[in-house]
Design a protein around this ligand. Structure first.
Ligand SMILES: [Ca+2]
Length: 178
């Protein structure tokens, strides 16, 4: 009984080893699909973008590669199956959000985080005010928490249009933040 158990373990160990081997080989030989940071970068290599189907590629003169498309799916901002076609919005300024000039949801972020997030969407100048109405200056952005924002998430913004109403950390957020 004991011997047989050992034999079974050996068979199991061999089976695992056989299973692992091809996986390791595959990983070593297949080149990972490159994820581009921006469409400017991607288009320097693939002028009309990367399509997820050959039909889309043909129609739009894009390069067909499902693996490349999947690696760059975040750059397909209009979700038409082509990463970085002419209509996709770019983010040449960096960051991980598209510079789409849309207001992100910044509630309960510190003022600093909120401004950074808005900049990531392409707008560098946000205004802020004391939500308590006492007119205190927000000298240190990291000490304030956004409890109200204008405009609402998803709305179009431009320089100076975002208005963030904030309270100091530790003050009541009026139920906005947990
Ligand atoms: Ca697209």
């Amino acid at each position: 009984m004991k011997v047989r158990k050992k034999a079974n373990q050996l068979v199991a160990a061999l089976a695992v080893a056989t299973l692992l081997m091809p996986a390791t080989l595959t990983r070593a030989t297949v080149m990972p699909a490159k994820a581009y940071g921006t469409c400017v970068e991607l288009r320097s290599k693939f002028v009309n973008g990367i399509a997820k189907t050959s039909a889309l590629a043909k129609k739009n003169k894009a390069r067909f590669s499902l693996s490349l498309y999947k690696a760059n799916i975040a750059l397909d901002t209009n979700k038409n199956g082509i990463a970085c076609d002419k209509k996709d919005v770019d983010n040449p300024l960096g960051g991980n959000a598209q510079e789409d000039f849309k207001m992100p949801n910044v509630l309960c972020m510190t003022l600093q985080e909120a401004q950074d997030e808005i900049q990531d969407h392409g707008v560098f100048y946000s205004r802020s005010q004391d939500a308590s109405g006492r007119g205190r200056g927000q000298w240190n952005d990291s000490n304030w928490i956004v409890i109200k924002q204008s405009p609402a998430p998803g709305r179009t913004i431009s320089e100076g249009s975002p208005m963030l109403s904030a309270v100091k950390i530790g003050e009541s957020t009026r139920g906005v933040c947990k």
